[in-house]
Design a protein around this ligand. Structure first.
Ligand code: FPP
Length: 244
């Protein structure tokens, strides 16, 4: 119940619409596995299977850009067996899914460092990006060996290498040097697994994103949960710092 029922008379219309760019922190794979006495690798596999299940749901809801946090610059510090499991899963996933995604008109983009990836994973990623480059459907951003701070530092380095003058550097120019140069800012940032942290994800691109945290662990986040996230987004009034 509203504290002041009269207040609704004065409230501005909520910002109805579909988030064009949704970014997801797919947290909770480990807990999902633990609660079933399974190895963490089973949790990541279930996480991937959920990703496979939900992509078309987001596309059908009108989302044009979906960016998934698959592996962060900090995830290298996890136990070696877990890291190797994720890397192997990523190779298998990209090798097996790209054809189908391509047929569905999905454009795959990689966000992150490539220099620390194995040649096999780098090749799979490059091929997937190349094969789908001209597709005009959903853009699926795979953030792999991604860190928001590293991305910003990398952009600064590249601008210096390109010989840009200080007077040429503004927010628009800076955006052009990020991994997301041809993507709009994030409208809706979803984090599963119950935490309220940004965890070094898309620091620049989420400046005015709406944040939605769900208790649901990533492998179980589909259907009704996605609907609830969109309903919550629709209730938000986005002001971008202005007085409406
Ligand atoms: C976070 O859960 C999840 C990850 C670090 C890995 C996510 C990877 C996938 C779903 C595989 C998808 C692969 C590609 C190439 C798109 P967590 O392990 O931190 O969970 P916890 O907080 O319960 O421990």
């Amino acid at each position: 119940m509203t504290a002041n029922p009269e207040a609704s008379k004065c409230s501005k219309n909520a910002n109805k619409g579909v988030p064009i760019h949704v970014a997801i922190i797919m947290d909770g794979n480990g807990r999902w596995a633990e609660s079933r006495c399974l190895d963490v690798s089973e949790g990541h596999l279930a996480g991937f299977q959920n990703l496979q299940r939900v992509v078309s749901d987001f596309a059908q809801r009108g989302v044009r850009y979906l960016t998934m946090y698959a592996f962060s610059t900090e995830n290298w510090d996890r136990p070696e067996s877990e890291v190797n499991g994720i890397l192997e899963l990523a190779i298998a996933v990209i090798a097996h899914e790209t054809q189908q995604l391509n047929e569905n008109g999905v454009r795959i983009k990689h966000l992150g460092r490539v220099d620390r990836l194995s040649p096999e994973l780098r090749d799979e990623l490059e091929q997937a990006v190349e094969m789908t480059a001209n597709n005009t459907g959903l853009t699926l951003g795979i953030a792999f060996d991604y860190g928001g701070r590293a991305e910003i530092a990398n952009a600064a380095r590249k601008m210096i290498k390109d010989g840009l003058l200080a007077s040429e550097i503004d927010e628009k120019k800076f955006s052009e040097y990020l991994y997301t140069s041809d993507m709009p800012d994030v409208d809706l940032l979803i984090r599963t697994g119950g935490d309220f942290r940004i965890s070094n994800f898309l620091l620049w691109q989420t400046a005015y994103s709406e944040f939605y945290s769900s208790e649901i662990l990533w492998p179980d986040f589909y259907g009704e949960h996605i609907k609830e996230a969109f309903e919550s987004f629709n209730e938000r009034q986005r002001r971008f710092g202005k007085r409406l």
